[in-house]
Design a binder for this molecule. Structure first.
Ligand code: AMP
Length: 283
């Protein structure tokens, strides 16, 4: 696997491969790779001739009060894992490479899709995500780019951007990979104390409980399901609820009556760590 920090050098390498008719896949990450990232990489390697994994802790998607400086960085281990899975290139640019002096362009999906859920708690977050993903798609020019359903709203925001800007890449959304006990894998799980790690099971537990109420008990009332979820979370003293919401899936529109595919999403804080999780339920 070759490691690139410069856009021009990566592009030169990709041009050679494109001339040999190689299909290119892109897996954007912020590093501290775990099995969730590995699942995207495996899918990308199965479906493309040449896979680029990008590793960039994107400053523009963090608010000044957030965890940019503390974000876990495990570059050597990330390179080993990506190479083992079969990535051909690691793109790890500096912030200056991605945002050179004078950079003044944002790519922003506006409206409901970015105003709800994480967009409400982190108002500048998705603008940072779409700006950096647009840059990465332009730099790499992949046939397919891979995102995780773990960040379910992000995946839909990226899909919308790609559709609206006619970016010629297919966005592939891969399932959530969980620890054996149900906790969705996340680089931010490293922030959890032992006590909070145990308490964090409340996310997957309350989502499973909601699914059970819908599927086995026939509950269809949005408010009632949300109040059951919030009751479970407020019973966990370490957990501080940021949001619990239900929307249609995949468009994330408001719904009262639950039918078709629905998206149940949670964000919960444990001390300094903010964890998100979601479940798509087919009714
Ligand atoms: P991150 O490095 O956290 O920005 O994540 C990079 C990509 O990996 C995003 O598309 C995430 O949605 C995806 N991802 C992160 N955690 C998981 C997981 N547990 N299962 C599946 N995909 C994940």
């Amino acid at each position: 696997m070759k490691v690139f920090s410069k856009i021009d050098e990566l592009r030169e390498e990709l041009l050679k491969n494109r001339q040999n008719n190689a299909s290119i896949g892109l897996v954007p990450t912020m590093g501290a790779l775990h099995d969730g990232h590995a699942s995207l990489l495996r899918a990308a390697c199965a479906e493309n001739d040449y896979v680029v994994v990008s590793l960039f802790v994107n400053p523009t998607q963090f608010a000044p009060t957030e965890d940019l400086a503390a974000y876990p960085r495990t570059f050597e281990a990330d390179c080993r894992l990506a190479e083992e899975i079969g990535a051909k290139a690691m793109f790890a640019p500096t912030p200056e490479e991605m945002y050179p002096e004078g950079d003044s362009t944002w790519v922003e999906v506006t409206g409901h899709l970015t105003a709800i859920l994480c967009g409400k708690s982190r108002p500048t977050h998705f603008r940072g995500v779409t700006t950096v993903v647009a840059k990465l798609l332009n730099i790499v020019g992949p046939c397919k780019a891979y995102f995780g359903q773990k960040d379910g709203q992000q995946a839909q925001v990226v899909r919308r951007m790609v559709r609206d800007l006619f970016i010629p890449a297919e966005i592939r959304i891969m399932p959530i990979i969980r620890e054996n006990d149900g906790l969705a894998m996340s680089s931010r799980n490293a922030y959890l104390s032992e006590d909070d790690r145990a308490a964090a099971l409340v996310l997957s537990r309350s989502l499973n409980e909601a699914e059970e109420l819908i599927k086995n008990k026939g509950l269809r009332d949005r408010e009632e399901i949300l109040s059951r979820i919030t009751a479970i979370i407020s019973d966990t003293p370490q957990a501080q609820l940021d949001y619990a919401e239900i929307y249609s899936f995949p468009d994330l529109e408001e719904i009262d009556h639950l039918e078709g595919e629905i998206f149940i999403a949670l964000a919960v804080r444990f001390g300094g760590a903010r964890l998100i999780d979601n479940l798509v339920v087919s009714i």
